[in-house]
Design a protein around this ligand. Structure first.
Ligand SMILES: CC1=C(CCC(=O)O)c2cc3nc(cc4[nH]c(cc5[nH]c(cc1n2)c(C)c5CCC(=O)O)c(CCC(=O)O)c4C)C(CCC(=O)O)=C3C
Ligand SMILES: [Fe+2]
Length: 374
């Protein structure tokens, strides 16, 4: 006789009545590119030369960034994943730099009667750009919309087994396409060294978290294969004025070094990114791939989480975890690596806005934070 299994009860979403997916946003056609770049860089002191260059990256893909479509797919995958376990929360989507704009989404949520929501940000690590800037956007949007819901942001998830696990599989796959003894180059978005210095509650959080995630992936692959290999953490997408130091080495310079060292191949693993958006398809798949080809260095790029089932289940579980924590329970907090699970609430002074180059060196001349267009 088959045993009737009682299904797990649906998880309790209390105190939340909605989820908000908050992302960067990107242009969808050539006419969008300039206004998008103006939204991103308002008050950020990015040289015109750099903006022209980045505009060309977008135009080379017809002016369309893949990021919005990737978020649409993530929304569908999250919906399915919530439905699977009976988690009855509506999921909304808003962006920092392009439609649907966060403020409009918040207006809709308010009109729909949402009182308290939990936000998933498509950025996994602590830093001003990846965390606090989103929290500032949320504060601004909440202030602009009367009766806006109270919003909690999920803990940073880079060291969650779901995120790390997704990269372990994609790195193994990339390595399987390469000669034996190939190196791993973990890649993330470069940021100003000053922004790294003040990231996370104790400083250097951005680099420290990346090192921890990289070490976890390396250790698991070594455990599986018994082979040690060269690994490095390197950076892409450097921007800003040349006199401002950003995290180095650049991935292209690193590839030169690997080739000179006689490494037989390299798996490029973009642990800083949750989906294959423009930084990945241009800076890695186009530019770094061309560098590797020129050097005769075999390169394979590992997939980002995107809608990988481990990643989607992780986001869902983090929503359930946070709801329990807000109810005063002590839910398990899955975590890989050495740093422990991320914090639910950032300290008020966490990841302060960087001082940006202005007309003079005084703090008063630092440009104001970027705002959405009115
Ligand atoms: C840490 C980090 C992430 C990862 C975390 C996360 O995912 O959030 C990230 C993601 C992204 N960055 C993106 C695009 C851009 N970032 C820029 C500029 C900058 N990024 C910075 C940092 C980060 N950025 C910084 C310190 C600047 C300098 C200006 C400033 O100090 O604020 C610029 C201006 C041009 C340029 O300078 O390159 C653009 C166009 C897109 C969309 C891609 C698409 O369209 O597919 C995404 C997902
Ligand atoms: Fe960026």
């Amino acid at each position: 006789m088959p045993v009737e299994l009682t299904p797990d009860p649906s998880p309790d979403p209390t105190p939340y009545d909605a989820v908000l997916l908050l992302s960067f946003g990107g242009p969808e056609k050539a006419e969008d590119v300039l206004p998008f770049l103006q939204n991103v860089t308002r008050g950020r002191g990015i040289p015109d030369e750099r903006l022209k260059e980045v505009g060309e990256h977008y135009y080379s893909f017809g002016g369309r960034s893949p990021i919005n479509d990737q978020n649409r797919e993530l929304l569908r995958a999250l919906r399915d994943s919530f439905d699977e376990i009976g988690l009855e929360l509506p999921i909304y989507w808003g962006n920092r730099n392009w439609a649907p704009y966060l403020t409009d989404t918040l207006r809709q949520m308010t009109a729909d009667g949402v009182r308290r929501a939990v936000v998933i940000v498509t950025s996994a690590y602590p830093s001003y750009s990846g965390c606090r800037q989103y929290r500032e956007n949320l504060a601004d949007a909440t202030a602009a919309v009367e009766g806006a819901p109270v919003i909690d942001k999920l803990r940073h998830y880079a060291n969650h087994p779901g995120f790390v696990g997704s990269f372990i599989e994609s790195t193994a796959e990339a390595l399987s396409e390469l000669p034996e003894g190939s190196a791993i180059a973990y890649v993330t978005h470069s940021i100003p060294t000053s922004m790294n210095a003040t990231s996370g509650p104790d400083g250097n959080g951005y680099v420290t978290w990346h090192q921890d995630v990289a070490a976890e992936i390396t250790a698991e692959l070594e455990r599986r294969t018994g082979t040690e290999r060269r690994t490095d953490l390197v950076y892409c997408s450097r921007s800003g004025p040349p006199q401002v130091p950003w995290l180095e080495p650049d991935v292209n310079d690193h590839l030169e070094e690997l080739a000179a060292a006689g490494v037989p191949g390299v798996a490029v693993v973009p642990i800083g990114f949750v989906s294959d958006h423009m930084e990945v398809i241009y800076d890695l798949d186009t530019e770094a791939a061309a560098t590797a080809k020129k050097l005769g260095l075999p390169m394979a790029r590992a997939a980002t989480p995107g809608t990988d089932s481990r990643f989607v289940a992780m986001l869902r579980d983090l929503v359930v975890e946070r709801a329990a924590a807000e109810r005063g329970e002590q839910p398990p907090r899955p975590c890989a690596g050495q740093l422990g699970p991320g914090w639910d609430n950032c300290r008020p002074d966490c990841c302060p806005a960087p001082r940006r180059p202005g007309a003079s060196a005084s703090p008063e001349s630092a440009a104001p934070a970027a705002k959405e267009p009115a």
